[in-house]
Design a binder for this molecule. Structure first.
Ligand code: NOJ
Length: 824
């Protein structure tokens, strides 16, 4: 069953039926002002933090339809019938009510058509601004003059901290009020606030000044308003049948000790064929700020910029802002565009997976329809991995964030579990101090956190050519500063200093797997392979720097580690997952449950620790035992009986998430591992199994948005094999992107050039890639008429033939025509 399709030209996903199996969402805004919106206009907004800067409400997990949202009602005053510009909340029968939602790059357009009235609402946050725009155009397509009332609504939070607003009602309801100011509702929280009475617990406003928000109308005059939610909705009613709309008149009351609200009514007349436009504006700011913003949108002079047909012109200011937004996003996405024989691959790589990588990069795991925003900072491992997903598209932004994360590394080499949004390098408490736990709720190091720096740093350096980065000085989180090179060495030292009885690194509070608590003695094979990989990368850097002592040190560590892996962790055809403190082997083939784990097998290949034969053996074992039609399970069989104390995933239902579910993030690693050993067909098979776009016509199974990855898909042991969960904010975006770009497409920048070494399905006979590489344009055509999976015979660069797959940067002009001929 399908609910929509991709529009690659506009870089949009078009939802053609509103009753999607879950809210299908999009993100608007920037790190200063964020917003999430569904295909039915539900969602919320916040300044800087989803937890501490919440502007409008959203009730997570509310019955069948997550509410509320940015609702605009339309009432026909001739007969009192009313509906909404998005299908929710009034939910007219979809036989007579038609709607379409176009999610684009940081904007969403929702259209409706009912009783010959057409509406088109464009939602966006202007670039670098801290308010949002809901621009609605209304057209009378009937032969009669129509008398309509339009109501825009926004349910303000009473307190900007999510928890206080939701549960601390004896307080939050009595600090908020609204005023009506001609063209807007002004909400004030803590109107009598001062530094002395400052509510520092939750609010983003530590000085105790009043907090102002506004909901305004431009382009039409307000005929009535409601500043109090319950006056607009009415008792024992809901958003589907608000009394104000039913009666055709807002009550003109404001909030005082209730629920602040913005409802603005305007009454309009439209002749046959006539259109009109108005703009609702929502944001944080006082009366002057609000008036200033609203006046900007009062003019309705038209410009036509939209490439779609018909009813789609915007006023000049709106069209200008929409163009700016598209330019911002498309200029980044256009740094790599491909045309392969698989449209589902193209739609993900060119637009949606790339866009999701930026969203996870910006918002980490802060705010979605599952995360309410209370994780008020950047998770170390997640963020360092998120960076990898955008390096090929925006290495400058990647560098800035990488610098921040290096400055979140503690002098002892470990990463801060959470780098706070107000992180102060050099002045932070560490997990060894109670202060840190008090501030973040986190009191333990994770074993893997700082090890993620290695693939990210090397990818950044090679994509940008910025080798000098290795010698840049960056502060540690707590004290002191060092070069990036020294930070990396210290990260390795952190794990060398924490080893167990088999001479392998311990797992601490988690080792990527949040449910594996191996502690300070239990050992992790995942971290072992990460450490192996880190040492190899460090040795490569040391070699480039001619640091002989470091080369020798890294090589000795590698030898020792590799010896211990062989001796203790290899079972002839698979690696074990780890050892508990009291000597139990996790992931041994003799175990009755969880006897084969995915990650140690694929990481033995990615890290280079497995030789060719071993790599093939373990990947075959994974394919034969863990693969399903929706991707590879994290391990199998699920934990059901055995209460292994360190394996907290046994709390999850069998087949779910970390308990033998198809965890999405590692799917990128399986694909990458298969490309490393040259299995293009199998890499592509895995990719297709988990490609959201490939499930576009099976939305009834996958449920989640078909244009983004979710955190996990249900495994074979559940009642809903194939159903995906936890949309948008997942490390899957970056791991799958990495596997596509560097693995399948084989676009592998080097210090002084680039390798193009695809590993593709043998059925791809030719494809094209357009990549911006350090300010040069590479127009690449790949010829695979021999139908191989991997292997480049020769390349021509601007007509000049080069054997093998490496192009030196010296060969490149501003624009380059490159032919890659695959084959033996
Ligand atoms: C989700 C977390 O965000 C990620 O960091 C972790 O690695 C996975 N869960 C696996 O447990």
């Amino acid at each position: 069953m399908n609910f929509g399709h991709f529009n690659p030209v506009n870089k949009e996903y078009v939802i053609t039926r509103p009753d999607t199996p879950a809210p299908w969402c999009n993100y608007l805004g920037s790190v200063d002002y964020g917003a999430i919106i569904s295909n039915n206009a539900t969602g919320y907004s916040f300044v800087k933090s989803g937890a501490a800067g919440r502007i409008i409400r959203f009730r997570l997990n509310s019955m069948s339809n997550d509410q509320p949202g940015r609702y605009i009602y339309i009432r026909d005053n001739a007969d009192g019938d009313y509906w909404s510009g998005s299908w929710q909340p009034v939910c007219k029968s979809i036989d007579s009510y038609k709607s379409e939602c176009r999610h684009g790059t940081a904007y969403t357009i929702i259209s409706s058509s009912y009783k010959d009235i057409e509406t088109r609402t464009l939602y966006y946050v202007p670039l670098d601004k801290n308010y949002e725009v809901w621009n609605i155009r209304i057209k009378n397509s009937s032969n009669n003059k129509r008398h309509l009332s339009i109501y825009g609504t926004a349910e303000f939070t009473n307190h900007d901290h999510y928890e206080n607003d939701t549960v601390n009602l004896q307080y939050s309801q009595f600090i908020s009020k609204t005023y009506f100011k001609d063209n807007h509702i002004l909400q004030v929280i803590n109107e009598n606030g001062s530094e002395a009475s400052s509510d520092v617990e939750g609010t983003s406003n530590k000085k105790g000044d009043p907090i102002y928000r506004f909901f305004g109308l431009a382009g039409q005059s307000v005929s009535a308003f409601d500043g109090e939610r319950d006056m607009f909705i009415g008792n024992y009613r809901n958003y589907g049948n608000p009394v104000a709309v039913e009666l055709g008149k807002c009550s003109n009351t404001v909030a005082y000790n209730g629920n602040s609200f913005g409802a603005l009514q305007t009454d309009i007349e439209l002749n046959p064929g006539e259109e009109t436009e108005m703009t609702f504006l929502l944001g944080a700011g006082n009366e002057d700020f609000a008036r200033n913003i609203i006046s900007k949108y009062d003019s309705v002079e038209k410009a036509n910029i939209c490439s779609c047909e018909g009813f789609c012109n915007f006023s000049e200011v709106v069209s200008h802002e929409l163009t700016q937004l598209k330019n911002f996003w498309h200029s980044r996405l256009d740094n790599l565009q491909v045309e392969t024989p698989d449209d589902n691959f193209n739609n993900m790589l060119n637009v949606w997976n790339a866009y999701q990588c930026f969203i996870t990069f910006f918002w980490s795991r802060a705010a979605s329809f599952q995360y309410c925003g209370l994780r008020n900072g950047l998770g170390y491992r997640d963020t360092v991995q998120d960076i990898q997903g955008i390096i090929h598209l925006d290495y400058k932004a990647a560098k800035e964030r990488l610098w921040l994360m290096l400055s979140g590394q503690v002098l002892n080499g470990g990463g801060l579990p959470l780098v706070k949004f107000d992180h102060k390098p050099g002045q932070e408490a560490t997990p060894d101090e109670s202060q840190y736990a008090k501030e973040t709720g986190q009191s333990f190091y994770r074993a893997d956190d700082a090890l993620w720096l290695f693939p990210t740093v090397i990818t950044y350096i090679k994509e940008s050519g910025d080798w000098n980065f290795i010698d840049e000085k960056v502060p540690y989180a707590d004290k002191g500063e060092a070069t990036v090179y020294a930070h990396l060495k210290q990260a390795i030292q952190f794990n060398l200093d924490r080893q167990g009885s088999h001479g392998l690194p311990v797992g601490l509070f988690a080792d990527w797997n949040d449910c594996l608590r191996l502690g300070s003695k239990g050992e992790s094979l995942f971290v072992t392979f990460q450490l192996y990989y880190a040492l190899k990368i460090f040795k490569e850097f040391a070699t480039k720097k001619d640091a002989l002592a470091d080369i020798e040190w890294a090589q000795n560590c590698l030898n020792e580690l590799s010896g211990n892996i062989q001796k203790f962790a290899w079972e002839g055809d698979q690696f074990v997952r780890g050892f508990t403190e009291d000597g139990y082997t996790i992931g041994s083939k003799s175990n009755s449950e969880a006897s084969l784990w995915l990650n140690p097998q694929v990481w033995s290949v990615i890290s280079g620790a497995a030789d060719e034969k071993t790599a093939k053996t373990v990947l075959d074992k994974v394919y034969d035992n863990l693969n399903t039609k929706y991707g590879a399970m994290l391990f199998y069989p699920a934990f059901r009986e055995y209460g292994l104390p360190v394996a907290r995933m046994s709390l999850f239902n069998a087949g779910t998430k970390e308990n033998a579910g198809i965890f999405s993030q590692p799917q990128g690693w399986v694909i990458l591992a298969e490309t490393i050993i040259g299995n293009g067909n199998r890499a592509y098979e895995y990719f297709t199994e988990i490609n959201p776009a490939a499930m576009n016509d099976h939305a009834e199974i996958r449920k989640l948005e078909p244009y983004i990855h979710g955190q996990a898909t249900e495994g074979i042991d559940t009642l809903n094999h194939g159903r995906s969960h936890v949309h948008w904010l997942t490390g899957t975006a970056s791991t799958v992107m990495v596997s596509m770009v560097y693995g399948i497409l084989g676009l592998q920048p080097e210090y002084n050039g680039i390798k193009i070494n695809p590993c593709i399905p043998s059925g791809w006979k030719n494809f094209k890639m357009n990549k911006v590489f350090r300010n040069t344009v590479l127009n690449i055509t790949v010829d695979n008429s021999q139908g191989v999976e991997k292997g480049v015979h020769y390349i021509t660069v601007n007509g000049k033939r080069i054997d093998g797959c490496y192009i030196s940067a010296d060969e490149l002009k501003d624009t380059n025509e490159i032919l890659v001929v695959m084959g033996k």
